[in-house]
Design a protein around this ligand. Structure first.
Ligand SMILES: Cc1ncc(C[n+]2csc(CCOP(=O)(O)OP(=O)(O)O)c2C)c(N)n1
Length: 632
């Protein structure tokens, strides 16, 4: 049953369809989404929840003239399908295929690129203000989830928009879920709006009240009642948003195409910012996703019959090892507090949350707050561990500097998904943390070569009296045995893994084993290399200088941008010691790394063992022209 779907090549095609046809189209899209994501992996549950909302929006608006901004953007698949990209959907999130997020380079209908949360209200406000200053008339809508609206930026934008009074629409897509169940007082408020009969009653009480005012009352009531009839659900609740300067409409049933379109029409009649509160069901229409939306928020390929994952894991992931280490450490020390920003499952912290809930904080999508909360806890005598993905840690840079490091507080920052992340692509790559963290005084920065070293580094970080960060990659560990009760490392002490004569390879974190494999291959070809794991990116082991003096060539390898990263640190060290050696920095060049599988992208950038081997060979044989140049 893909008859209607095949006729939709642009949003204009939707205007021809009756409501029944639109409903049928919604069902066809669901089926198509399930089949596509079962093959490619992706954000299934969020997309299944917004099929009607997206169709209603595109039917109501004239994109790309009118603007739709998607918050986070992981729910944009139906939008992609109806904006001419249906046939490319099987390539979504694959190398050189469609991005899993809105991308202006891909379509004129993707007005703002997203991937990180809570930006849509600011972007939409900017678009609406630009329209005002140019005297334009296009409509501006943004769609933000109840999870994304917990982010500080969203509050900042609401506050500003209410003050400016600019006309634009914020659709709050409330499905009660972030990735895990949504948290926070605002989430509680939304639940009350949705479910509290008292609040719903206010609208009828209000009608009674207006009617009873002699003279003007009945006239006002008629207007009120008319509006109520046509909107079906009238404002009155939502006072929080009203007080911020928004007109609140809702809650609206988000799978009802007719009501949605009626409400959009009504909303367009209103001046100033409008917040339309829409209730949807995450995972709607696919039983496994509907019954457990958390597990189907982001999925790998799966079997449609039962929703089971196609992928079998060999080794525990770094996140799982992190979670287990935290539980074991937390049991021993009541000062250990766990913090994450809406990612308890993704970071592996969920098992700590279950066992030690009184010492666990899920802040919602609030990385900045999470870090400063950690600073406060540390000042109060606790030993907080904050687990964030590298890409989202970018949000909290000032908090790392100003709140944690400036006060030299004993906070451990566990940086998950550092390096190339794969199919989420450029918005999610964890390729900057070494550069931006290396610059911060008082911070010790470590990168483990495997999961056993991760645990050792977590112990090391925890026992320092200062801030420390451990950065580790997405995905499975190396499958090594883990010592759960290790001795802490000595700060600035690395390890020699292979001894050779010609060249010294300094490999950071996840690139240590690939470098060792490359060196073993090269040894067979008569090139003898020393491979060194510095363990500490900051402070760098002093031993590196001694080793470098006894080798003719130096190669650094890291999964971070070249600019300011580990290789840069080594160059600075050499310069400080007036050591003059040819140095090759293997790293990510000065560009945003697009989506594609982790292995694919590592090979693309020459950071797998084959690429490392090839670059070293060329470097040592003197064919420097073929070696990637350091950025100027
Ligand atoms: C700054 C930032 N932190 C964390 C994330 C990871 N993340 C992606 S989607 C999501 C939950 C979003 O929930 P919601 O906005 O309610 O959308 P839903 O998937 O429920 O439709 C989170 C935490 C992110 N994208 N950006």
């Amino acid at each position: 049953m893909t008859d209607l779907l095949e006729q939709i090549d642009s949003p204009r095609d939707l205007s021809e369809l009756s409501t029944e046809q639109l409903e049928q189209l919604a069902e066809e899209i669901r089926e198509f989404l399930i089949c596509t994501v079962a093959e490619t992996g992706g954000h299934l549950a969020s997309n299944l929840g917004v099929v009607e909302l997206t169709l209603a929006l595109h039917r109501h608006l004239e994109s790309p003239g009118d603007k739709i901004v998607w918050d986070v953007g992981h729910q944009c698949y139906t939008h992609k399908i109806v904006t001419g990209r249906r046939e490319q959907m099987p390539s979504i999130r694959c190398y050189q295929g469609l991005s899993g997020y809105p991308k202006y380079q891909e379509s004129e209908h993707d007005i703002i690129n997203t991937g990180h949360s809570s930006t849509s209200i600011s972007s939409a406000l900017g678009l609406a203000e630009a329209r005002e200053s140019r005297g334009g008339s296009e409509k501006v809508y943004c769609v933000i989830g109840d999870g994304a609206i917990t982010g500080g930026m969203a509050f900042e934008a609401l506050n500003h928009a209410g003050d400016l009074g600019t006309s634009f629409k914020v659709i709050l897509n409330d499905n009660e879920m972030s990735i895990s169940r949504n948290v926070g007082a605002l989430s509680g408020y939304l639940t009350r709006l949705r479910t509290d009969p008292g609040l719903r009653k206010i609208s009828s009480d209000m009608a009674g009240l207006l009617n009873s005012i002699p003279g003007i009352g009945s006239g006002m009531f008629k207007t009120f009642d008319k509006a109520k009839d046509s909107l079906k659900y009238i404002l009155v609740p939502g006072i929080l948003f009203e007080e911020l300067g928004f007109t609140y409409l809702g809650p609206i049933p988000g799978h009802d195409l007719t009501t949605l379109q009626e409400v959009f029409q009504q909303a367009d009649q209103l001046e100033g910012p409008v917040l339309i509160h829409v209730n949807t069901i995450k995972g709607r229409g696919y039983h496994p996703a509907e019954s457990c939306p958390r597990d189907y928020h982001g999925v790998g390929p799966f079997k449609i019959e039962n929703g089971e994952s196609e992928k079998t894991r060999n080794n525990p992931t770094y996140s799982q090892v992190f979670g287990e280490a935290m539980v074991k450490m937390g049991r021993k020390d009541i000062r250990l507090a766990g913090i994450t920003a809406a990612m308890p499952a993704g970071t592996g912290f969920d098992i700590f949350q279950e066992e030690l809930p009184e010492r666990f904080y899920d802040t919602g999508i609030a990385e900045q707050h999470a870090l400063t909360l950690a600073a406060g806890l540390a000042r109060g005598g606790m030993r907080p561990v904050v687990a964030l993905y590298s890409t989202f840690l970018q949000r909290g840079y000032d908090q790392v500097i100003h709140d944690i490091c400036l006060q030299d507080l004993p906070v451990t920052i566990a940086i998950d998904r550092a390096g190339i992340v794969g199919s989420d692509g450029e918005t999610h790559q964890g390729l900057f943390d070494l550069s931006f963290l290396r610059a911060v005084p008082n911070l010790t920065l470590m990168a483990p070569k495997d999961e056993n070293e991760l645990v050792q580094m977590l112990h090391t970080a925890y026992q320092l009296e200062h801030p420390a960060a451990v950065r580790y990659p997405r995905g499975e560990g190396e499958g090594v045995r883990v010592n759960w009760d290790p001795e802490p490392l000595k700060t600035g002490e690395g390890e020699i893994l292979l001894k050779g004569r010609e060249a010294l390879v300094l490999a950071a974190g996840s690139r240590v084993y690939p470098a060792v494999r490359a060196a073993e291959e090269l040894r067979k070809e008569g090139i003898s290399l020393t491979v060194y794991n510095p363990r500490f990116i900051k402070p760098l082991p002093g031993e590196i200088i001694e080793l470098a003096r006894s080798h003719d060539y130096i190669i650094t390898v890291e999964e971070n941008v070249r600019s300011g990263g580990f290789g840069s640190a080594v160059l600075e060290l050499f310069n400080n010691h007036r050591l003059n050696r040819p140095v090759l920095n293997l790293a990510i060049p000065d560009e945003f790394v697009p989506h594609g599988g982790q292995d694919k992208m590592r090979s693309h950038y020459g950071l797998d063992s084959r690429g490392i081997k090839a670059s070293i060979q060329k470097f040592i044989r003197g064919d420097l022209s073929e070696v990637p140049e350091a950025d100027g």
